[in-house]
Design a protein around this ligand. Structure first.
Ligand code: PEP
Length: 250
């Protein structure tokens, strides 16, 4: 039985005051979240602050991105070892906003995945199709291609050390959630594809769903057999909304 994981992606949001308030709100309700594993992914600059605030709690810390490089002349980059210095456990890689707005392709994403893993961060690898791709009937092809880039570089066993997040691009920040069955179908496809390469990896890996998850729809999504939690954008910015999703994992 895989543990439910709920990870909040705060994106480019927050201020010193709002971040303190948000963390304090989450910590105030965390005792009611049972066995659900929880992580928050603040903007880089707030990671040291959030890292301190989370000490002693069950809430883990993640980054929204990570450099494919470890150190050197790479202006503006943040490396995996730097994130480890602040007790990060997770690093999101290949979020659709990085892919679409910053032209990060499958190979580059795979290198970020490798960089995260090599310093002991758990990559949260995002995959998912656009509306156009769904309507063209190529959802599975797109998701398979995104996964294959990582498997080719790192091998199938590496997927067992990671978390996957299926995030249909058309459902991110749009209020249009995939139905539980639509999400389950793609999750089952992903798990089946992995099982064809390594059954143990397929059984072990947590596959999160992301795309307009809210307190009101989380329980039915998380009840699907291949959905192991959620990657949450908008609803992770309010402690009560985020906690309601965490509680839906019980
Ligand atoms: C996300 O950005 O990963 C996401 C799922 O966003 P939202 O929950 O706002 O759709």
């Amino acid at each position: 039985m895989r543990q439910i994981l709920v990870a909040g992606n705060w994106k480019l949001n927050g201020s010193l005051d709002s971040v303190k308030q948000l963390v304090s709100g989450i910590l105030g309700g965390v005792d009611d979240t049972g066995n659900t594993a929880i992580a928050v992914c603040p903007p880089f600059v707030y990671i040291p602050l959030v890292s301190n605030l989370l000490v002693g709690s069950k809430v883990k810390l993640g980054s929204q991105d990570v450099s494919d490089q470890e150190s050197g002349a790479f202006t503006g980059e943040i490396s995996g070892p730097m994130l480890k210095d602040f007790s990060c456990s997770y690093a999101i890689v290949g979020h659709s906003e990085r892919r679409a707005l910053y032209a990060e392709n499958d190979e580059f994403t795979a290198r970020k995945f490798a960089a995260a893993r090599s310093c002991g961060l758990i990559p949260i690898l995002c995959v998912g199709e656009t509306l156009e791709e769904r309507e063209a009937g190529i959802t599975e092809q797109v998701v398979a291609r995104q996964l294959d880039a990582v498997i080719e570089l790192e091998g199938i066993a590496a997927i067992g050390d990671a978390v996957l997040a299926y995030e249909p691009v058309w459902a991110i920040g749009t209020g249009k959630t995939a139905t539980p069955q639509q999400a389950q179908d793609v999750h089952a496809f992903i798990r089946g594809k992995l099982a064809g390469l390594d059954q143990a990896v397929a059984d072990k890996v947590q596959i999160l769903y992301g795309g307009s998850v809210k307190g009101s729809n989380a329980a039915e999504l998380f009840a699907m057999s291949d959905i192991d939690g959620g990657l949450i954008g908008g609803a992770s910015l309010q402690a009560d909304d985020f906690l309601a999703i965490c509680m839906a994992g019980n």
